[in-house]
Design a protein around this ligand. Structure first.
Ligand SMILES: Nc1ncnc2c1ncn2[C@@H]1O[C@H](COP(=O)(O)OP(=O)(O)O)[C@@H](O)[C@H]1O
Ligand SMILES: [Mg+2]
Length: 318
């Protein structure tokens, strides 16, 4: 059993991109560089739902791709179960790629339009060497786990709704029997009414399978709802991290305060609704106000309404 704090660690991760350069700059090697990720250190506990939140362009997707090893960092280390993943080779590297799966925002382009859902999932389980009747059994279980009817296995991606496609994307990731799911803006392309359902599905998978989830969103409301830890990113850096309680009630960084200020009233956060005593501990009017925003939602309908209103507000910062 791995010690909690050492499950997944990012150590001073940096990713630089070279901007468009002139011939002279190319010759003199003085091309301007931008740090998409600028020295991020994080430790993610096993079984956590870690929410990474920040406005568009702050480096969330770059960090996600580094975590799953789709791209290499310019500097720094990704340490999984005590091992620097850059050093993994052969079978160990394959095991890492199975164990850490990614779910994408754009289900339209991440699923091959010419493959029926059955084939998408069959290929995924085949990557683990499972075929035939065993595969069929696993595929049915996967559909069940993500709340989809097995009749949909016959369909092509375009014959599904956006929410159903996102469930297939999650099922495809689960087919690898992962330990960690990195979900990059998994609900940003969905209708408000579906966002809550997919977020709840992720929460259920976390509880039932013990899956560690890194949930990335530009939307603090999405993250606050289910996450056990939150990291706030701004301009390539993690400027604040803590429990939802700490981040929502005692934000230290001015950028976090700005994000919080943009969250409208009536926004549901189940985690926080149960902590109605917090305002008494904190005392100040500001805390009560913030709790009111995150803690007074009544059921999913109101949650959806709150998220809807937040969408309108976040268009300003996104
Ligand atoms: N392949 C790339 N080449 C150059 N710049 C990039 C590349 N990918 C991302 N960037 C830049 O890095 C920054 C962070 O991007 P990204 O990680 O996509 O942010 P987010 O997911 O938070 O919106 C942005 O300024 C973006 O333009
Ligand atoms: Mg992104």
């Amino acid at each position: 059993m791995v010690q909690d704090g050492r499950f997944f660690e990012l150590r001073d991760i940096r990713k630089e991109y070279v901007l468009r350069q002139s011939l002279l700059q190319r010759l003199t090697k003085s091309a301007p560089r931008v740090a998409a990720v600028d020295g991020v250190s994080l430790s993610i506990e096993r079984g956590a739902i870690f929410g990474l939140v920040g406005e568009s362009g702050c480096g969330k997707s770059t960090l996600a791709q580094i975590i799953v090893r789709l791209i290499e960092p310019t500097a720094g280390e990704v340490v999984y179960r005590g091992v620097d993943v850059a050093r993994l080779k052969g079978e160990e590297e394959r095991a890492f790629r199975h164990a850490v799966q990614m779910v994408f925002q754009d289900t339209g382009s991440s699923l091959n339009p010419r493959k029926r859902i059955r084939r998408v999932l069959a290929e995924a389980v085949k990557a683990r060497g499972v075929t035939g009747a065993m595969a069929e059994g696993e595929i049915k279980t996967l559909m069940h786990q993500v709340g989809l009817d097995t009749q949909l296995l016959q369909r092509f991606p375009h014959e599904l709704s956006g929410g159903q496609r996102q469930r297939v994307g999650i099922a495809r990731a689960l087919a690898m029997k992962p330990e960690v799911l990195v979900a990059d803006e998994p609900v940003s392309a969905l209708d408000v009414s579906l966002q809550g359902q997919i977020i709840n599905l992720l929460r259920d998978l976390n509880r039932e399978l013990g899956l560690t989830i890194i949930l990335i969103s530009h939307d603090l409301a999405v993250v606050a709802r289910v996450c056990t830890q939150i990291g706030v990113m701004n301009a390539g850096k993690v400027v604040e991290r803590g429990s939802p309680h700490q981040v929502l009630l005692h934000p230290v960084d001015p950028y976090t305060r700005m994000l919080l200020a943009s969250v409208p009233r009536g926004l549901a956060g189940r985690n926080h609704r149960s902590k109605s005593g917090i305002s008494a501990i904190d005392g100040g009017r500001g805390a009560g106000e913030r709790l009111a925003r995150f803690g007074t939602g009544k059921g999913d309908q109101q949650a959806a309404l709150g998220v809807d209103r937040l969408k309108i507000v976040t268009t300003k910062i996104d």
